[in-house]
Design a protein around this ligand. Structure first.
Ligand code: ZN
Length: 128
């Protein structure tokens, strides 16, 4: 186990044979809003892969004045749109923010990426 130095909103989740994982909390205020970053070695292709995991939500909000029922059906219609789009095309475009507002939070995020990079380079079977 490496001695991870992170404190503010960045945490070492775990280290595995060919990967190391961190969580980075979001400053939006939600307890559930965070990204998980997996820095992984692919020994076969001799590459390092960054995987970002975050819960994304489809924007289904519709504002239709004076009608809660019409609003509800508009939201359901949008959810069906997203479901059919995934079903027929296999893909969907979503985006999400990860708010990092304080300097030490940014510094810890950068440090996690650098620590993960070093962790992977130490385990790579090839070296430049
Ligand atoms: Zn957030």
């Amino acid at each position: 186990m490496i001695n991870s130095k992170f404190k503010r909103k960045v945490a070492l989740m775990g280290e595995f044979k060919d990967s190391i994982m961190y969580t980075v909390d979001c400053d939006c205020g939600s307890e559930e809003c965070r990204a998980t970053i997996d820095i992984e070695i692919d020994q076969e292709f001799k590459i390092i892969i960054l995987n970002f995991y975050k819960t994304l939500n489809c924007s289904t909000f519709s504002y239709i004045k004076d009608s809660k029922i019409k609003q509800l059906f508009a939201n359901i219609k949008k959810r069906f749109y997203y479901a059919f789009k995934i079903f027929f095309t296999g893909e969907i475009s979503l985006n999400s923010d990860l708010i990092i507002s304080k300097k030490d939070h940014i510094d810890n995020f950068i440090d996690a990426l650098q620590e993960g990079r070093d962790y992977c380079f130490d385990r790579l079977e090839f070296k430049d």
